[in-house]
Write a protein that binds this ligand. Structure first.
Ligand code: FCB
Length: 453
């Protein structure tokens, strides 16, 4: 039996990335453009017009990056596949060169004794499919399942942990409701349909995996616990709406077979009637759930907030990250317990957790990032606390291995354990990377020892 103060010997210690954020060379070797390629090349969509054209040049430098994972002593790596590299038109013709890249990457990861966790969709829909409506088109579920099957067949012998979708909430909220992420729609009628089709796509891919896959498949959601600003009826019901929209919108259909009732109220006329039979597809048994956790929300009723009428109350005395996200480690324990209680018991992973902070100018070879280090320390303690409370947490993936293209924020926000100089592409592990490596090596003992901050 493992000591209760430590993580177990088979715990996964990983770092996460996604294709468009790090790879660069988005059109190389016959790849088809993604909606993120088009979006970032549209004037005014990203900060300073930044694009993923070069990013971290991981497409060409992946052996170095895999070596870096090893050097940090990590035993797991979560990355995503760019759909358009494998199927340039999104469906039909396979591009062997694109598939070959992921075969080489998986082999390199395995050769270093690292366990790959492969995400099939991290927001980069082939642009060719967006021409047909993207996720609003009901056929998108079948497009995705067909694409997933290509990957299962090519890599299924080597990859033991699969993720269908990364954060469907963000895909819908940013991409179809508020228009701040690709494909940039701002349409309350499109949003519930896109959400529903993403869930059907998830379920269809799980069905395809069960037909021939031997290992594990799950879903990754971004969760943010909601706490009422006051105990008034207005604030309590605003908190319920925010919780339904963020946290239950995707997990309720997957585990309980239906949508939270608040969603019809939130979307009003834009909320359709969904056929019951769709939930048979959506509600597939999963091997695990991945939770991406960054922050919490303290909620108050606010009729001006569209469409939730539930606004965020800024917490004045708390630390905030570069993106103005409140640092609240307790929320990680709370949300893991909540998932296990409402939908479990089931195996969980923290599939993303991390912070953007401004890294001060530094001498060559050393970058001290005490705020990120403290963020990791406190959240890893919170993860350990969830385990003590009985949550079946099996791994933790820091976001992110490398500084990278932070979507609409471009390169202005650095989340990496490893600093990237975008001019020279030089990688320099930050103090937080060394700290995290020490925590992994000691199975958490270094968390107790760390009193420096
Ligand atoms: C998550 C995304 C990831 C990254 C982090 C900061 O929502 O999954 O790609 O952008 O936020």
């Amino acid at each position: 039996m493992s000591e209760p103060t430590l993580f177990p010997p088979d715990f996964l210690w990983g770092a996460a990335t996604s294709a468009y954020q790090i790879e660069g060379s988005p059109l190389a070797d016959g790849a088809g453009p993604s909606i993120w390629h088009e979006f970032s090349h549209t004037p005014g969509r990203t900060r300073d017009g930044d694009t993923g054209d070069v990013a971290c040049d991981h497409y060409r430098r992946y052996p170095d990056d895999v070596a870096l994972l090893r050097e940090l002593g990590l035993n797991a790596y979560r990355f995503s596949v760019a759909w358009g590299r494998v199927l340039p038109e999104g469906r039909g013709r396979i591009n062997p060169a694109g598939l070959g890249f992921y075969e080489r990457l998986v082999d390199a990861v395995l050769e270093r004794g690292i366990q790959p966790m492969v995400t099939l969709y991290h927001w980069d829909l082939p642009a060719a499919l967006d021409r047909f409506g993207g996720w609003v088109n009901p056929d998108s579920a079948a497009w995705f399942a067909d694409y997933a099957q290509v990957l299962f067949r090519a890599l299924g012998d080597r990859v033991k942990l699969w993720v269908t979708l990364n954060e469907p909430w963000v895909v819908v909220d940013g991409g179809y409701l508020h228009g701040v992420l690709a494909p940039g729609q701002r349409n309350p009628f499109a949003a519930p349909l896109a959400a529903h089709n993403l869930l059907r796509a998830h379920g269809s891919a799980v069905q395809a995996y069960r037909a021939e896959g031997q290992h594990q498949i799950g879903l990754v959601v971004n969760l943010e616990p909601k706490y009422p600003a006051t105990e008034t009826v207005e604030d309590l019901s605003a908190t319920m709406r925010a919780d339904a929209y963020w946290n239950r919108h995707y997990l309720d259909p997957v585990f309980l077979g239906g949508y939270p009732p608040e969603l019809a109220e939130i979307f009003g006329q834009a909320w359709p009637d969904f056929p019951d039979s769709d939930f048979d597809v959506i509600r597939q048994p999963l091997d695990f759930v991945g939770v991406n956790y960054y922050s919490r929300q303290v909620v108050r009723h606010d009729p001006k907030d569209w469409p939730l009428a539930a606004a965020r109350v800024r917490q004045p005395r708390q630390t905030h990250t570069g993106l103005e996200w409140e640092v609240y480690p307790q929320g990680l324990t709370d949300i893991l317990e909540w998932v296990a209680g409402r939908y479990g018991p089931l195996p969980l992973y923290v599939t993303e957790n991390g912070a953007a902070f401004y890294d001060p100018p530094h001498a060559e070879g050393e970058i001290d990032d005490p705020l990120r280090r403290r963020y990791l320390r406190d959240h890893l303690r919170a993860a350990l606390e969830a385990r003590r409370k009985g949550v079946d947490l099996r791994g933790y993936f820091a976001w992110s291995l490398l500084d990278n293209f932070e979507w609409a924020h471009g390169y202005s926000q650095r989340f990496g354990l490893v600093h990237v100089d975008y001019v020279t592409q030089r990688r320099t592990p930050k103090a937080s990377a060394r700290f995290y490596a020490g925590v992994a090596r000691s199975r958490g003992a270094a968390l107790n020892a760390d009193r420096a901050l």
